[in-house]
Design a protein around this ligand. Structure first.
Ligand code: H2U
Ligand code: ZN
Length: 365
């Protein structure tokens, strides 16, 4: 690490989104007067009769969950996307002919939203599930992508988990969601643009080196560097590495990256699926151990669109975006300068990686 990385305010470039962030390591030593107390652990029951995700229970729309014993996927009862044929007009917004057309743009969107229960157990999180059950979650993700990706009216499948009250998730029952849409959403579209620019040697931002030869996909080249440097790597296994990206914005943001070029999650071999399950268990356990709480986050898979094109530029990966900063109760807010100018962090990516690297892979309780 250079002196710049350790003591001086500096900008770091996110080559995956073509954006900059501000790092202010000198501020990490400023006094902190807020509370650093631990939050009492809420003990959930293994089954909650009022939970709409527990086996056998009724959901808000009256549908009843089967007595499922593994992973259970159902259509979201309050979907943000509707199937094309269910929509009143699929052409809404295409009719602009006035001079406002370029500024007031809309186009119909359609798709599928599903809820994915990770386990029948109401009280367990990914970190606490046995590896075989996490593997079942990975298998369910893949089965969903195979099914939805084959459809003409689906371009992108966004798999995600939003965990913890602080993240606006009201139900502790372990579950994720998928939203599959006709169009490529904003974040993967940014990543696609940057990955394509890298692979084809085009300039996106002022720091991109168009003279780099023998390019692999952006995140393949990036992981090579990280595995050589080591400062931001938390752990690896046979097929994946978990690290704090150089350009991380959230204090304990991480990525899980595959060792070989894999464009979509459906390409994972059985061994790689086990490895991904292992990586998920290990990072979520470390997270829980960081402040000795069930650690909140938004996580999800980014992958190539299912649009029939090869997308050699894409490398599938997972992001974890956790909001916590100093303790179970102190969260980072993306406000002020960050809303108006650019994201900023005090703790460097290297410091965060060091903290996470030092934690046990056996859950605290
Ligand atoms: P959270 O992850 O924010 O808790 O939401 C879970 C999803 O479950 C949410 O998208 C859906 C909500 O629409 N849901 C149902 O599909 N059926 C229900 O009975 C309640 C919640
Ligand atoms: Zn439940």
């Amino acid at each position: 690490m250079t002196q710049l990385h350790v003591t001086q305010p500096h900008r770091r470039y996110n080559p995956l989104t073509d954006e900059w962030i501000l790092v202010s390591p000198q501020r990490a030593t400023r006094p902190w007067l807020g509370a650093v107390e631990k939050r009492p652990l809420e003990q959930s029951p293994t089954y909650d009769p009022t939970c709409y995700l527990c086996p056998g229970n009724a959901r808000a729309n009256g549908a009843v969950n089967p007595p499922y014993t593994g992973v259970y996927v159902f259509d979201n009862d309050f979907p943000a996307l509707l199937q094309a044929q269910d929509q009143a007009s699929n052409e809404a917004g295409r009719q602009h002919v006035s001079s406002a057309a370029a500024l007031l743009r809309a186009s119909a969107e359609s798709g599928v939203c599903r809820v994915i229960c990770f386990s029948p157990r109401h009280d367990l999180t990914l970190a606490q599930l046995p590896p075989s059950q996490i593997r079942a979650v990975v298998d369910a993700w893949i089965a969903q992508c195979e099914e939805l990706g084959a459809r003409d009216d689906i371009t992108y499948v966004q798999l995600f988990e939003n965990k913890g009250e602080i993240m606006g998730c009201s139900n502790p029952h372990p579950h994720g969601q998928l939203w599959a849409s006709r169009h490529l959403p904003t974040e993967p579209a940014k990543e696609q643009r940057a990955q394509l620019a890298w692979l084809t040697g085009r300039h996106l931002s002022d720091n991109a080196q168009s003279s780099v030869l023998n390019r692999s996909p952006l995140l393949v080249d990036y992981l090579d560097i990280e595995r050589r440097e080591g400062a931001r790597v938390i752990f690896d296994n046979a097929h994946f590495t978990c690290l704090v990206p150089y350009w991380a914005v959230w204090p304990f943001e991480t990525m899980i990256l595959p060792h070989r070029h894999i464009r979509r999650i459906v390409e994972l071999t059985p061994d790689e699926r086990d490895s991904l399950a292992d990586a998920l268990k290990r990072i979520t356990t470390r997270y829980d151990n960081l402040f000795e709480v069930s650690f909140p986050y938004t996580m999800g898979v980014h992958q190539a669109p299912y649009d029939g094109d090869a997308h050699e530029e894409w490398q599938m990966h997972l992001h974890f975006y956790p909001p916590l900063l100093r303790s179970a109760t102190v969260r980072k807010f993306m406000v002020g300068y960050e809303m108006l100018a650019q994201p900023q962090r005090d703790l460097t990516a290297e410091q965060a990686a060091e903290r996470l690297r030092g934690l046990s892979e056996t859950r605290f309780a």
